[in-house]
Design a protein around this ligand. Sequence first.
Ligand code: HEM
Length: 209
Amino acid sequence: MPKSKLLYLLMLIVSIVFIIYVLYINFIYDPQAAEFLSRKTNLKRSVNIPAWLTVMKVHVVLACLAMVSGAVNFSHRIQRKYRKFHRINGYVYLISVIAVVITSGYMAPYSTGGKVNSIAFNLLNIIWPIVTITAIVKIKKKQVNNHRKWMVRSYAFCFTNMAIHMITSVFNNGFGIAYSTSYTIGVYGSILLLPLLAEAVFRFKSRVP
Ligand code: HEM
């Protein structure tokens, strides 16, 4: 199997496993997000829990939709054979991204770890749609390679939640650093690492058939 196909398969597996995990945790295992909410200390504003939970669940479902629609659209087969589907699905991805950042905008002021993380999430709320819209502008100008590159950059942000929790867990469980500090490292670490991961994908793809 060509290495680029293997990379796509790996991304599909990681995305599917993560989607199942996120849906299980947030809708079955801990639907009240009791564990996550218990980590919120020293917040300047008090959280309206029912409203926060509703927004968070909409956020999770649309984030999963963004992950699925994005993953499907990277398939070369779909790009070549089902162009109309690729286009419609691309707009499904764009709308999902917009919905994720709008819901994120509601939750950002109540971020675990406080203002420092609210700022980071709001920064992402601006960057992610810009990157995604840039990808669409590129294809409108018929720049296929640039479209692909900007979509990879956009899709990398779908792994924000996974990256935050992985980094937080390493610093909190691995190094014994306080949860909110580890979470802050997780948020900023993800914003730095995910774009680098996208660049690593381009380098890998330019070296393999
Ligand atoms: C696309 C994949 C994503 C998934 C599956 C996802 C999922 C979640 C989940 C389950 C939560 C609840 C808390 C937790 O368990 O972490 C959450 C919170 C949050 N997400 Fe996302 N998210 C994604 C992407 C993003 C992106 C790209 C942003 C920013 C643009 C974002 C912003 C937020 C914010 C601000 C919160 C509240 C954090 C807090 O209260 O500390 N998420 N997300």
